[in-house]
Design a binder for this molecule. Sequence first.
Ligand code: 5AD
Ligand code: SF4
Length: 473
Amino acid sequence: MDMLVTDGKVHDEQRQGEAFAPFVQDPNQYRKHFYIESYGCQMNFADSEVVASILNAEGFGATRNLEEADLVLLNTCSIREKAEQTVRKRLHDFKKAKAKKPSMLIGMLGCMAERLKSKLLEEEKLVDLVVGPDAYRSLPTLIEEAGGGQKAVNVLLSREETYADISPIRLDSNGITAFVSIMRGCNNMCSFCVVPFTRGRERSRDAYSIVAEARDLFERGYRDITLLGQNVDSYYWMDEARDQVVTFAALLEQVAQISPDLRVRFSTSHPKDITDEVLFTIARYENICKYIHLPVQSGSTRVLQLMNRTYTREWYKAKVDRIREIIPDCGISSDIIAGFCTETEADHQETLDIMRYSRYDMSYMFFYSERPGTLAARRYTDDVPEEVKRRRLQEIVDEQGRLSTQSNEADIGKTYKVLIEGNSRKSDDEWMGRNSQNKVIVFPKQGDQDLRGKYAWVKVTGCTRTTLLGELA
Ligand code: 5AD
Ligand code: SF4
């Protein structure tokens, strides 16, 4: 089983996707309803919210009830083989629902669209429409075509599409945290990754539309916004009106200036691209969260070279040093791949070592799974045996477990400003929130005031491996 591990907790792929269906907006307001599930990364979740907005303009209301839906959509991920298997299984479930309601249309969106379009549409007849990540504006036409019994496909990638003018409809939202997409695609060509092929060339979204979206969210009560891109540090947008380039640091600053009560986060940073300017901007604004997701992938320079990550072990360590120097209280997390092509035991030890050096608070940990069409699939042999990959991954998971515990224990006695997101998972008598470092803190309520979306000072009194426990300070 391919797996995703967060905070030392093992989840399956579906958990990563945390597949969701949206809230019903007003069941009586719409004659037609759509149902959508998303898998994969946060980018995909953000895309589903753009899709919801496009469908809403066409008179579709969202439903959580699959049977009620006229249109059922699956926003897919193809980053690992397991993700594809999950999607296929869900499509079979949908086909059963369609058997009971033949007018139902089933559509596949997202990263799997291009590669599996003919297979799923023509051979297996599992879907009625297939829409790639840059073609969501054509959904209304495609729905019409599919409704008329035609094959409806658009998987064209674009060099320009950023959906800048589309105001996403927040799906399954807690009303406090939201994602804002700032760019699309990726130019990095890491050899293991399908993203450059499924999502196309990198392009940045109009900065004005980003700031406007963030401001609108703030005015509607949202307090924690994550700026999203595959590689946020290469954000680059030319403001023609002012004849000025907007860099990622400048964008961060503009969003942070909306209000000191708005927390700003971002993901993902590439170690080769994150600049001192960005680090100093984070340090300067209290409301830019002191947390950086800085995927290392491997601790071995030789493996990093094969992965085409364009940095060395030393460069990465120097980046971590620089972060700790400029932002001493910064949380750092990582993505790690075990068992990439040719990885030796010594390479693996270097990965464990760089984890300890970086003192990650949390990591997403994977074993390598070859993806068709990638540089690695074309150039290298996937030669690390499965059981070796699993054993190495387990060692990485265990190491992260120790590091997460150490990091949490070091917080005991400290007091943090916490944004309250809702009840804790275990009890309605406890609040759950996050500190700037993105750690979850759970603490007992005092009184029955509704504090969701409010800040509180919380003193950490204990911890588990994944959560801080505290009390109001
Ligand atoms: N195999 C395993 N993990 C992968 N990732 C991306 N592609 C693969 C692959 N082929 C991981 C990387 C990336 C994260 C989103 O998924 O660690 O940062
Ligand atoms: Fe999956 Fe990558 Fe596509 Fe996100 S961009 S959905 S992680 S393949």
